[in-house]
Design a binder for this molecule. Structure first.
Ligand code: TYD
Length: 190
């Protein structure tokens, strides 16, 4: 980031430079690509930014699919700068959901959660990028949409905890477990 800011500053103060330099997309691309983890610019996983290849599992739940929010949700993650590395649509088997929600099996709401999650197809995705687990939890918002801030997915598109549109892994370890549960290694882009 410091390197990037330094280069832009140097160009701005360089004799003969003008504001047009900021639209010189080609010459600035490597710096942007570095931040976005883009390998085409020659920056691989060895970019030096810690956690740049962190991954998380995001799932649009049946109510989100039914209400046509898949595109909106994907767009939010793309615009933020994260990279889509896995995507599938499926009717989730109960067994898979019971593993996914293994910590909630004894909760009173578990049977209705299972019923809801099997009521229609899910769109399950893996997103990659710096700090993606924590940032995506912020973008998704509080579990209870009544508490979720406006501007978050749940804050904008839902009103009840039992229909909260989207799932996001809540820790790096949880994300690794969930990604392995929902995807085979070969289904993920590297
Ligand atoms: P949880 O893992 O606690 O939240 P989050 O999805 O934010 O990680 O709960 C999983 C899902 O269970 C939650 O998204 C919605 C549902 N749920 C209920 O239906 N009622 C409840 O009281 C809670 C806590 C969760």
């Amino acid at each position: 980031m410091v390197l990037f800011a330094g280069r832009v500053f140097k160009r701005l103060i360089h004799p003969g430079s003008n504001w047009g330099v900021l639209t010189d997309r080609k010459s600035l691309m490597p710096e942007f690509s570095l931040l976005l983890g883009d390998r085409r610019a020659g920056y691989s996983s060895m970019s030096g930014i810690p956690g740049v290849r962190e991954r998380t599992l995001i799932a649009v739940k049946p109510d989100g699919v039914h209400r046509r929010f898949v595109g909106e949700i994907m767009q939010r993650f793309e615009r933020k700068g994260f990279k889509l590395v896995g995507l599938k649509m499926l009717q989730a088997p109960e067994e898979l959901l019971s593993q996914h929600y293994q910590d909630l099996r004894r909760k009173p709401f578990y049977p209705s959660l299972l019923q809801y999650m099997t009521s229609g197809p899910l769109v399950v995705m893996v997103w990659e990028g710096h700090n993606v687990v924590r940032t995506s939890r912020v973008m998704v918002g509080d579990t209870n949409p009544a508490e979720a801030h406006a501007g978050t997915i749940r804050g904008d598109f839902s009103i009840h905890i039992s229909r909260n549109v989207v799932h996001a892994s809540d820790s790096v370890e949880g994300a690794q477990r969930e990604i392995q549960l929902w995807f085979h290694g070969k289904e993920l882009m590297d």
